[in-house]
Design a protein around this ligand. Structure first.
Ligand code: ADP
Length: 191
């Protein structure tokens, strides 16, 4: 079972992914986490990605797609994946589709966490205090990430809608409430 968790920066994808991994035994692939790990360790990939990430831009598709494929390959025995932060462009969605097809697999569902913009900004401001993330620290970078999301990432919703695979849950409420809403959607894949 492969689930794409979708939503703007600050929607709660990371928090929910951790809980979903425990419940469903899936492997969590967060492109943001993988990039940050590479930046922390100053790998060539990290050095390349840093300039884009700190400015709130997307890392180029080719780089991101190659990285994602290699992470999937590393987890060959996995029961399935939660893709978090990927795909973020239609080109990435297309690449993921083709890649999974070669593995006789597919994306079963994209589930979006819906949270309105003011709430996102408040959450990211809070997160900045503890995350140490350069891209959380500056309100203009946060605004830019939200703009990039609306322009480049939101079209991915239509990509999955066209395949009847797009579902949305309310991302506002307690962490447990949101988790329960996601579980309802995932359990439907399992029956
Ligand atoms: P958030 O959900 O708060 O935007 P992420 O941790 O998902 O944060 O991503 C942080 C940054 O990493 C993004 O702003 C972008 O620069 C880069 N990134 C993550 N995933 C992708 C992707 N699929 N394609 C391109 N860039 C990505």
């Amino acid at each position: 079972m492969n689930i794409v968790l979708f939503g703007p920066p600050g929607a709660g994808k990371g928090t929910q992914s951790k809980m979903l991994v425990e419940k469903y035994g899936l492997v969590h692939l967060s492109t943001g986490d993988i990039f940050r790990y590479n930046m922390k360790n100053a790998t060539p990939l990290g050095k390349l990605a840093k300039q884009y990430i700190d400015a709130g831009n997307l890392v180029p598709d080719e780089v991101t797609i190659d990285m994602l494929k290699s992470e999937v390959e590393k987890n060959a025995g996995a029961a399935g994946f939660i893709f978090d932060g990927f795909p973020r462009t239609n080109a990435q969605a297309d690449a993921l589709d083709k890649f999974l097809t070669t593995k006789s697999s597919q994306v079963d569902k994209m589930i979006a966490l819906s949270v309105e913009e003011n709430e996102l900004k408040n959450r990211l401001k809070e997160r900045a205090i503890t995350s140490g993330r350069v891209d959380d620290a500056d309100p203009s970078v946060i605004q830019h990430r939200i703009d990039v999301y609306n322009k480049e990432t939101l079209p991915v919703k239509e990509y999955y809608q066209a395949k009847d695979k797009y579902f949305q849950v309310d991302g506002v409420g307690s962490i447990d409430q949101v988790f329960d809403r996601l579980c309802v959607e995932i359990d439907e894949v399992l029956v």
